[in-house]
Design a protein around this ligand. Structure first.
Ligand code: FES
Ligand SMILES: [Fe+2]
Length: 379
């Protein structure tokens, strides 16, 4: 039952049973600034979140940065060719070390040097050198040189962040004792790992700032009941009535069958369908049915009422063909159509009239999303 905000405070936590009256996340979690503060801690610091694509940093010392909530990290390729992540925070006095560097314009460094007082770390994050002045007593008349302890390299390493991967897709977890990545990625990891994701190159990125809560867009992505009315170009050739929604522990998949005339060669996978994976909390992998490539979305909250959509496209080469450019154009149009929908929805939510929405019994992907949020809040 839809609960209007009549001031009697009848909002309840989202019920695990989709047939219950209270099957949606209370609306306040979409608009309350405190809710986003809580999510930074209970969601974005505890679950695995996407950091970026390993193909963008192929050589030793290549790096990019990523910001998740308030946390800033450096993702880099170390001397053993592994991808690792460290807080972008100096072990000396906490300065941010490298400038913001998106994976689409990666940087390269042979060592990690903080510009403030030049503490220098190797690519494993271990402190390798400090300026000579740190080991001399000359600036402190109370000390003799021999009393100055040598800085302990081990105790002054950069703070590492846990990483794991699905093929070239790199994920990080800020928890000191994170849940196993396999538990969160489930069979999505197995399915995607069977595809040659790493053979494809980054070809395009669009970054958009949208005026709505990140979960509003996440919910919009998770259903296609709005497609017929709102995405005429996108659904051309897709048999919407044959779509299937699959729900797993921490991810859900929207399967869309294509009309018979889709060229079988024209996609990275064999299935005669498009598959859109949503991995809790804020990442999607878009396996297209009509283009030989794939895409990803990062739905990054900025605050409770704004998020950034980072849409990346990967094709056989980074130079797109005419068909690929056209495909990306239609995809971009789809995003803009969705932005209008979710911004309009958000205006309604912000009015405070709705206390708790009513999901349809078909909306079980959305219900899963709401339940995971509730579960995280209650943990
Ligand atoms: S804060 Fe980085 S060297 Fe001092
Ligand atoms: Fe849409």
């Amino acid at each position: 039952m839809t609960r209007w905000n009549d001031g009697t405070d009848r909002v309840e936590a989202v019920s695990p049973d989709i047939t219950d009256e209270t099957n949606a996340l209370p609306a306040e979690y979409f608009t309350d600034p405190n809710a986003y503060e809580m999510e930074k801690e209970k969601i974005f610091s505890r679950y695995w979140v996407y950091a970026g694509h390993a193909n963008c940093i192929p050589e030793t010392g290549d790096f990019f940065t990523r910001t998740v909530g308030d946390k800033q990290i450096i993702v880099l390729r170390d001397n053993e060719n592994d991808v690792r992540a460290f807080y972008n925070v100096c072990a000396h006095r906490g300065s941010k070390i490298v400038e913001d560097t998106p994976m689409t314009e990666p940087g390269s460094m042979s060592r990690i040097q903080c510009p403030y007082h030049l503490w220098t770390y190797d690519l494993d994050g271990d402190l390798s050198t400090t300026p000579k002045s740190f080991e001399e007593a000359s600036l402190n008349p109370d000390l003799a040189d021999e009393e100055v302890a040598k800085l302990d390299d081990d105790g002054n390493s950069l703070l590492e962040v846990s990483t794991d991967r699905i093929g070239p897709l790199v994920f990080v977890n800020f928890d000191t004792d994170p849940m196993p990545f396999e538990e969160q990625a489930g069979k999505m990891a197995t399915e995607l790992e069977s595809l040659p994701l790493g053979d494809y190159q980054h070809a395009a990125r669009f970054v958009s700032e949208v005026e709505c809560n990140w979960k509003t867009f996440g919910g919009n992505y998770s259903e296609c009941d709005h497609c017929q009315a709102n995405h005429q170009d996108w659904i051309e050739g897709i048999q919407l009535d044959e779509s299937e929604l699959e729900v797993n522990d921490y991810h859900w998949v929207l399967h869309y069958t294509h009309e018979e005339d889709v060229d079988d060669e024209l996609r990275i996978h064999d299935e005669h369908e498009a598959k859109f994976y949503y991995l809790w909390p804020n990442f999607t992998v878009n396996m297209y049915g009509t283009a030989d490539g794939y895409g990803t979305y990062i739905i990054d909250p900025i605050d409770e009422s704004r998020f950034q959509l980072i849409a990346d496209y990967f094709f056989e080469t980074s130079e797109m063909t005419r068909e690929e450019l056209e495909f990306v154009r239609t995809s971009r149009q789809l995003q803009e159509e969705d932005f209008e929908l979710v911004e309009r929805q958000y205006e309604g939510l912000k009015s405070g009239a709705l206390a708790q929405a009513q999901l349809g019994p078909n909306e079980h992907t959305l219900h899963k999303f709401h339940r995971l949020a509730q579960e995280a809040y209650n943990a």
